[in-house]
Design a binder for this molecule. Structure first.
Ligand code: PEP
Length: 270
């Protein structure tokens, strides 16, 4: 089995102005330093609102933290008369490495659908960053028992026309909508079932090598109490964390537990 580096990405949503963001990063730096956190063992990503990205980056650099910064959405267009939009090139130039695409809150409150999601993924890849494509069912699909097919279809609707090299750089976040911000969390088995089904899609579409490289995250009320058990499934490669990413202690605990779980899992598989 390929050893994939786990990812712990904090989606701050519309929280923290740039001063609060600075305070958070200082605290996180101290917590990770105190815990002798091995930055090589996981990709830690902070995804602040646009207005805090630069402040976070400056501090990450000053504190010599080996973590990445990302954005929560992006325009599919490169430039022009699109008031309020931010292009992928602008984010890349700022130093961003990841961009969330198709978060359920963006799909609900903004016109993000499968058609422009393809263009957004393309724009992010062309700018040299990695998209984190969010998929996942609502209560209704789960009630009908079609949640796995639904999530795979969402991946397929966006991903079917990319090259192997492009597909390899995409991350998928399986985020059942009913679990986001609700305190309800998928069982480790259902998180694994979804991640396994998505990896199988990559295997049949792009082949073994791509499917073994793509990182598939779980999102939906993940926290330090459930992170280890959610990481038990072999196809879950970390987390997209919302609410719990706003607490530096909780976020650093999730990062440490994710690294430990990935290591334990690798030992078990060896
Ligand atoms: C999210 O919004 O991506 C998310 C997973 O939120 P929460 O962890 O708060 O459920």
């Amino acid at each position: 089995m390929t050893q994939r580096i786990p990812v712990v990405a904090g989606n701050w949503k519309m929280n923290f102005d740039h001063l609060e963001a600075t305070y958070f990063i200082q605290k996180l730096a101290w917590l990770l330093r105190d815990a002798h956190f091995n930055y090589k063992a996981a990709d830690i990503v902070i995804m602040p609102p646009f207005t805090s990205i630069r402040s976070v980056e400056v501090l990450v650099e000053a504190e010599k933290m080996k973590i990445s910064v990302g954005a929560q959405t992006v325009s599919e267009t490169a430039e022009g008369a699109f008031t309020g939009d931010i292009s992928a090139q602008m984010l890349a130039k700022l130093g961003c490495s990841y961009v969330i695409i198709g978060h359920s809150e963006r799909r609900k409150y903004h016109p993000e659908d499968d058609a422009n999601l393809v263009d957004k993924v393309r724009a992010v890849l062309a700018a040299g960053m990695s998209p984190i494509l969010c998929v996942g069912e609502s209560f209704e699909e789960r009630r009908q028992g079609i949640e796995l097919g639904y999530a795979v279809q969402q991946v397929s609707d966006v991903m079917r026309d990319f090259s192997d090299e492009e597909a390899r750089k995409v991350l998928i976040a399986y985020e059942p909508i009913w679990a986001i911000g609700t305190g309800m969390v998928a069982t480790p088995q259902s998180a694994q079932d979804a991640a396994g089904a998505i990896r199988e899609y990559f295997r049949t579409t792009y082949g073994e090598s791509v499917s073994e490289s793509v990182r598939i995250l779980y999102g939906g009320s993940a926290n330090a109490s459930n992170a280890s058990s959610l990481m038990e499934g072999p196809d879950v490669d970390g987390f997209l964390v919302g609410g719990a990413s706003l607490d530096a202690e909780e976020f650093s605990r999730i990062a440490r537990l994710t690294v430990k779980s990935a290591k334990d899992r690798a030992h078990r598989a060896a």
